[in-house]
Ligand binder design. Sequence first.
Ligand code: NAG
Ligand code: NAG
Ligand code: NAG
Ligand code: NAG
Ligand code: NAG
Ligand code: NAG
Ligand code: NAG
Ligand code: NAG
Ligand code: NAG
Ligand code: NAG
Ligand code: NAG
Length: 816
Amino acid sequence: MMITTNHCQTLFSFACLSCFFCFCSEFSCAASTSRVSIKHGDFIRDKEGEVLVSNGFNFVVGFFGFQNSSSRYVGIWYYNIPGPQVVWVANRNKPINGNGGSITISTNGNLVILDENKTQLWSTNVSIIDSNKNNSEAVLKDNGNLVLSNGKVVLWESFENPTDTYLPGMKVPVNGKSFNFTSWKSSTDPSLGNHTMGIDPEGLPPQIVVWEGEKRKWRSGYWDGRVFTGVDMPGSFLHGFVLNLDNNGGDRYFVYNNKLLLNGTSSVRFQIGWDGYEREFIWNQNEKNWTEKQKGPHNEWEVYNFCGGFAASDLLVSGSATCSCLQGFELKDKGNLSGGCRRMTALKGEQKNGSFGEDGFMELRCMKLPDFANLVVHTTDCEGDCLKNGSCTAYAEVMGIGCMAWYGELVDLQKFEHGGNTLHIRLAHSDLVNNKKIVILIISAVLAGLISLGMFVWLVRMNKRKLKVVSTASPRKNSDIIPMFDARKSRQMSAELSGSIELSLEGNQLSKTKIPFYNFICMSAATNNFSEENKLGQGGFGPVYKGMLPTGEEIAVKRLSRRSGQGEEKLLVYEFMPNKSLDCFLFDPIKQTQLNWARRFEIIEGIARGLLYLHRDSRLRIIHRDLKASNILLDENMNPKISDFGLARIFAGNQNEANTTRVVGTYGYMSPEYVMEGLFSVKSDVYSFGVLLLEIVSGRKNTSFRHSDDSSLIGYAWHLWNEHRAMELVDGCIRDSCPKNKALRCIHIGMLCVQDSAGHRPNMSNVVLMLESEATTLPLPVQPLVTSMRSYEDREFYMDGLDVSNDLTVTMLVGR
Ligand SMILES: *[C@@H]1O[C@H](CO)[C@@H](O)[C@H](O)[C@H]1NC(C)=O
Ligand SMILES: *[C@@H]1O[C@H](CO)[C@@H](O)[C@H](O)[C@H]1NC(C)=O
Ligand SMILES: *[C@@H]1O[C@H](CO)[C@@H](O)[C@H](O)[C@H]1NC(C)=O
Ligand SMILES: *[C@@H]1O[C@H](CO)[C@@H](O)[C@H](O)[C@H]1NC(C)=O
Ligand SMILES: *[C@@H]1O[C@H](CO)[C@@H](O)[C@H](O)[C@H]1NC(C)=O
Ligand SMILES: *[C@@H]1O[C@H](CO)[C@@H](O)[C@H](O)[C@H]1NC(C)=O
Ligand SMILES: *[C@@H]1O[C@H](CO)[C@@H](O)[C@H](O)[C@H]1NC(C)=O
Ligand SMILES: *[C@@H]1O[C@H](CO)[C@@H](O)[C@H](O)[C@H]1NC(C)=O
Ligand SMILES: *[C@@H]1O[C@H](CO)[C@@H](O)[C@H](O)[C@H]1NC(C)=O
Ligand SMILES: *[C@@H]1O[C@H](CO)[C@@H](O)[C@H](O)[C@H]1NC(C)=O
Ligand SMILES: *[C@@H]1O[C@H](CO)[C@@H](O)[C@H](O)[C@H]1NC(C)=O
């Protein structure tokens, strides 16, 4: 594509600089080449190469055209990025013939485009009351928004009348006043093309759809409060888009804010291309070109409903994909893989006398959820509600969205390699094969088995050093102990546990790990038949009961979600921790006085050594990913035990870092690279440890700073540290009694652990060394910038008040 403009500045010459010099010094000079505003009587003429620039010289409004064509258009492009890369076009369907065009404010106060004969080709077309007509003024904002105002009130803006490009800062309403982006016709023809992109008008939860004419071509998947669930979203998304509430009208809108991620310096744009693909581009200043970050559809099989109804595409080893019918379905038309599938056994449908029908649900993990979801509000039983309605074919419970149900055919399904959501599809009883349940069970057991090898790690212990896990038995059919391990299966399962990471787990090694099992009746007796009085609490995976074994040993039993149908029960047996978790002490004004300095230091040391074990000494490197005060349990001697490995990832020995598209964890404890780019490593745990350390020393929650001058505990700690007042950070109730140099050293170590850059943070063996040996001198920490910015924490709402967990990677959420 060859775009021609008339103006020197796109050529990046020195002449360009000097012309701005002149412009700046002669601000009011009517003949200046570049203006910052257009008022009544001002003209911007193509012939003279005149343009309107934004205040900070980010964007320009001017005339452009294409080689071999006399058609000229008025558009917006980046001031200092060559191309020019046009992001908006005014007269896209009415080009100016020849270079006699001009932009001005008409007598009725609108911004207009005139051709050489002063014929109006385009207008902002707003009605303006007489007394204001002479006050109209058009300016180009630094974010690329062309705004017409009467000095005070905005009358019209290009951000509300976009063409094919979304720019950061643009607000796209979700309902009602939404608008579409329409592609160019070709790379050299900005007139309206056949492809549009916009918010799905079919309702909630919101998603982005690309249409070809009226036909859906691609969709982003539902917005879950943080990401679009159907897109393998690269890091930039994680902090990019937010769904905000308008202060005035209560309208909700999507807006992308790249300030935090890109230091506000790089340019990002999303475009619906003339070829029908949605793309995200980031300007790469080093390579001097636009890097494509994301594309929808990315592959052939991401095209809308590629496989037809009740079918899903599945990735092959070769890198391509194939379509297959969902379990319980068969091809409608044998030999046509894209023709969709039909149900093999009819559903029982309606509810029978009192008991639910004989249909059941099959769980499909890592799915792009089907189109046309219905948001089910005010329900406590998503599965039950679906079962009761004869036409409900599937349901899903997604964190950040809630309960969704589908009626009729399921279209545009896709199976992801990782990420995605869990979909429950309804099948007749005879078509249900219940293997998924066992999978989950074994994963838990394997994970527990691995972790149990460590002394510091608490997970599933009942007798000293002897490991017990999981009991399973069907209360209906068979109360015998079920043999659990099949070496081949275990290997497979542990691989699934860690995503695509290969584990060198040998079957025989596993079978050496003694894992005793308890039958259901024993557990039921121990917990007084799971009575309400014995209930300790409710976690993400199900209720937890206190129990006592015949030997007198106290245990906690987690009963994993009972809904899973088919009468199978999964229980996890834990050592009972009478002192609950660290947060109960640390953040309680009364109880925190029980934690004197020595005790706090022991807890810090204990956690550090526990983490070191996970990171280094365990045969498989384990990254906890959700280290926080509520996951540190205290035994009767106040010894800390790291718990809740719901999010843990096991790493092969030589692997240092992994990437995930599902960032799960707890805000405030998550490292910047994890939150923003989905990158996690042992250094993300170090970061969480640093936050925890500062919390233990200060007795304050990292997130309790939201309404104070400092954005977070980290910001506050830095601020005091920097002013040599770090002792003020120490919890008031121990400040006078603690050894000053030890406390300062702890804070220092904490500051080293919470540095923005993972590379700057020490590893856990360094931390243990620093804690234990006073002799080592500590490096100076770099100021943590990211976490001192307020917007980092604004996203906390995501975790607030949600308790639906939809797959194994989500752990118990602690309400704040
Ligand atoms: C412009 O026209 C000339 C002659 O017709 C042709 O050779 C050239 O390829 C055209 N350039 C573009 C960009 O279309
Ligand atoms: C302007 O008017 C002249 C004379 O009527 C005509 O020749 C010319 O084509 C017009 N220009 C445009 C762009 O319509
Ligand atoms: C301008 O607005 C009026 C009504 O507000 C509408 O009838 C007319 O078609 C619009 N013109 C253009 C060029 O959009
Ligand atoms: C607007 O400007 C025109 C020409 O400059 C003038 O004739 C007219 O009276 C002005 N109108 C108002 C309301 O000031
Ligand atoms: C966007 O385009 C689609 C497809 O043409 C259409 O169904 C939808 O109503 C449009 N949305 C808006 C807000 O105009
Ligand atoms: C757009 O659609 C029209 C008719 O629907 C068709 O004639 C034309 O070729 C299409 N253009 C593109 C670029 O697909
Ligand atoms: C943000 O700024 C930091 C320090 O100035 C720099 O190291 C980093 O590369 C910048 N990030 C981007 C995406 O430009
Ligand atoms: C950007 O430039 C680099 C090096 O010049 C090149 O390798 C890369 O392919 C370019 N990317 C695009 C999208 O053109
Ligand atoms: C397969 O099914 C699709 C959708 O029903 C249809 O468009 C296509 O023509 C069929 N292909 C063959 C080879 O029958
Ligand atoms: C449902 O229960 C009622 C009485 O409780 C009985 O009369 C009826 O036959 C039952 N229907 C079926 C389908 O079992
Ligand atoms: C099932 O749900 C659909 C969609 O909400 C509704 O139209 C239909 O009436 C429901 N059927 C029954 C039996 O409740």
